[in-house]
Design a binder for this molecule. Structure first.
Ligand code: SF4
Length: 269
């Protein structure tokens, strides 16, 4: 039986850990395409059941300097960083006071910065939609409110999220709309039914500039959640493409056991 919270050497897949002055340690990961994925919180309270990062809840927010420390650690490892994404451990919108200065820091140092969010808290979601970012990925993982609640229990209301997004999309430039994406982690038997996919497509059809990112679940020994087989995954991708103009699949760098998305860990002191 593997102890999930025992530190293991993971450098082989470019995942690395960074210790803070209070000995809290968080993981970050560098993807071979040049993207550095950093963590914004030590732990997470959202409780997505497919994700290991929030298994033990939230310990604390990371400061802007602690995010800069992760960037410095990645540089120290010689990674050829081309862009930064705040998509590691944590919900960045619950730590906006540190996240916004960090995004500005990245921009000042010529690293385009994007982030991944569940959209909560909604007042900060409205703010970030207007903020100059280089990509905003909204983790939805559902076409219905019931599935959304199951997969993102501590996230915002599905209906209110869509109301805010719909209103905002009408008022922002096309260039900015094209930087917004919807993440859909495809999970076998959970959100891969035709009914769920049709509902998702109906929601997205009015917004042809948005990109739908179909993601593959990184497995872990304690995970109950799995993505469907590669052939079923491909079939879903092609099915969605018949209804939506912009659908993309996870790139291979993000598909790795203990490789990043959903598998980054925090070690509180
Ligand atoms: S997927 Fe993101 S928001 Fe959900 S528990 Fe993991 S770190 Fe938190």
């Amino acid at each position: 039986m593997i102890n999930l919270f025992q530190k293991v050497p993971v450098e082989a897949n470019n995942k690395f850990s960074v210790s803070m002055v209070d000995n809290t340690t968080v993981e970050a990961v560098f993807y071979g395409t040049g993207t550095l994925c950093i963590s914004t919180q030590a732990g997470c309270h959202i409780g997505c059941p497919f994700c290991l990062s929030g298994t033990r809840g939230l310990f604390r927010n990371l400061t802007c300097d602690e995010m800069i420390l992760q960037l410095a650690a990645a540089k120290g490892k010689g990674f050829d960083i081309k862009r930064v994404t705040l998509s590691g451990i944590g919900e960045p919108l619950y730590n906006l006071e540190n996240v916004l200065p960090f995004i500005e820091h990245c921009q000042k140092h010529n690293f385009p910065a994007s982030l991944t969010t569940t959209g909560g808290p909604l007042k900060n979601f409205e703010k970030i939609l207007q903020f100059p970012h280089n990509g905003l990925m909204i983790s939805l993982h559902a076409g219905t409110a019931a599935t959304h609640r199951k997969l993102i229990p501590g996230g915002p209301s599905f209906e209110e999220l869509w109301q805010i997004l719909t209103k905002a999309l009408k008022n922002i430039s096309r260039r900015k709309r094209r930087k917004i994406g919807i993440n859909y982690l495809l999970l076998e038997g959970i959100n891969d039914s035709t009914v769920e996919l049709d509902k998702l497509s109906a929601l997205l059809q009015p917004f042809s500039d948005l990109t739908l990112h179909l993601l593959c679940c990184n497995t872990a020994p304690t995970h109950f959640f799995r993505s469907p087989s590669p052939s079923r995954f491909e079939a879903v991708y092609h099915y969605l493409r018949t209804m939506l103009p912009n659908v993309r699949r996870s790139n291979r760098w993000r598909q790795q056991e203990y490789g990043g998305c959903g598998t980054l860990l925090v070690y509180p002191d």
